[in-house]
Write a protein that binds this ligand. Structure first.
Ligand code: GLY
Length: 425
């Protein structure tokens, strides 16, 4: 069997790597992929061409005998790639364009949450700078300012004061610094507590909760610096109560699935709830994503013991999924991943720096490099994006997993390499 993963980051490398472990999988195609991931022998580029339309992509998929595809990044989803694949008779894991609007518009997601009684932070939505600015003047800070549309991790700001908030509002609403994504914004209550990523894979009837994980959104150790796509992650988290997972399914995931179904947009794919557990134990949804997280995927794919390909095939075919033993589907071990990013990330990442990796690295058991922003130049891997790679390790304890991940990073270097020192501490 052949399968296809759409995307080019560390998340897609991890998904493809895990699919490739199934004895039933012959080839895992990735599009567009990156040069680092194709070092793995079972992973292959779908094409070296860049497809300028979904039609061209679909024609290529049809020519390759692909059993099903999995979508990695949100951009494909909100552009309706799932709708196009389905209308061409191709199986694919990911929500339709309408269902993916849960991530595509934060304002619409808020309306949906209110309608379906899903707990979330209060907010106001603005398209006019004047109105947003007037509102901000009388606000109690800190507050969260969010771009409505997709912004690749660069659309969320925490403002400590009006002085800090005003230039953010100007950048988004007047200067259009992130384009259309920020032409509508949300000013949201700042919630304190412990944040975690709650991810499920569902076809609406069967839902598999993944182990809870935590990612680190700020660039610098100690939760300093600007927000990023994520600088590291670990799983499992040790601060949740015994019935937490069933409680989240009951109060958040099921209402989302029922709500979307009632609107005529049944959900199929990964659903990621960014949650905050407040000091009083109450839960709030910070955001929904319609895909796996990056770098959460790197951790979760390594933590998965079961056959991911069989799970996905069962889902797309509506087949015998109830037989999956949820407990046994995951290693009991701890996993952590640390992201190495380019100098200048997230604003203006430096590119073209040669990546040096100690030869012994690829032989390690339970430690793996997942590549993101890399390309090839004169037979060497060079940096070509903000987040360059992540080193992921699994071990009996979090302390050991962490030590192996950092040990692995110590054997990789490129000019300007930066990473957080406090992942899973
Ligand atoms: N790590 C956060 C995200 O993928 O959105």
């Amino acid at each position: 069997m052949n399968v296809l993963v759409l995307g080019s980051g560390g998340r897609e490398h991890a998904i493809a790597w895990k699919l490739a472990q199934s004895p039933e999988v012959k080839k895992v195609y990735v599009y567009p992929g990156n040069s680092g991931m194709f070092i793995d022998s079972k992973l292959e580029p779908l094409s070296r061409k860049v497809f300028t339309s979904q039609v061209a992509l679909i024609n290529e998929v049809k020519s390759k005998e692909i059993e099903f595809s999995i979508v990695g990044p949100e951009q494909y989803l909100v552009e309706g790639v799932v709708d196009s694949f389905l209308s061409n008779g191709l199986k694919i894991i990911g929500p339709t364009k309408k269902a993916a609007n849960l991530e595509g518009s934060k304002a619409d997601a808020k309306t949906f949450m209110l309608k379906n009684k899903i707990p979330t932070a209060g907010c106001k939505v603005f398209s006019s700078f004047e109105k947003a600015n007037l509102y901000a003047k009388q606000l109690k800070f800190p507050a969260v300012i969010k771009a409505d549309g997709l912004a690749a991790g660069k659309g969320v700001f925490i403002a400590d004061s009006y002085i800090a908030a005003k230039p953010i509002l100007e950048d988004l609403l007047l200067k259009k610094k992130i384009g259309n994504s920020g032409s509508k914004i949300l000013i949201e209550d700042f919630i304190v507590g412990r944040e975690l990523s709650f991810i499920v894979l569902t076809n609406g009837k069967f839902t598999l909760p993944f182990p809870c994980s935590q990612d680190y959104k700020r660039l610098l150790s100690g939760d300093n610096g600007p927000n990023t796509g994520g600088m590291g992650a670990y799983s499992p988290v040790d601060f949740i109560e015994e019935n937490f997972v069933s409680h989240v399914i009951e109060t958040i995931i099921d209402p989302v699935l029922r709500g979307l179904e009632a609107e005529g947009n049944p959900y199929f794919g990964f659903l990621y709830a960014g949650l905050m557990i407040e000091p009083n134990g109450e839960l709030k949804v910070l955001e929904f994503n319609c895909r796996l997280g990056d770098p959460e995927a790197q951790v979760l794919m390594m933590k998965m013991k079961g056959d991911f390909f069989s799970l996905c095939r069962g889902l797309v075919n509506n087949d015998v999924l109830q037989a999956i033993n949820h407990e046994d589907f995951w290693y009991p071990d701890k996993v952590t991943t640390v992201v190495a990013a380019s100098k200048g990330y997230p604003l203006k990442p430096e590119q073209g720096n040669r990546i040096l990796i100690d030869d012994s690295f690829f032989d390690e058991k339970d430690t793996k490099i997942f590549f993101s922003g890399v390309s090839e130049k004169e037979d060497s891997l060079v940096t070509s994006g903000g987040r360059v790679l992540s080193v992921t390790s699994m071990a009996k304890t979090m302390k050991l997993a962490r030590a192996s991940a950092y040990n692995g990073l110590g054997r990789i270097s490129f000019d300007g390499m930066q990473f957080r020192k406090d992942i899973a501490l």
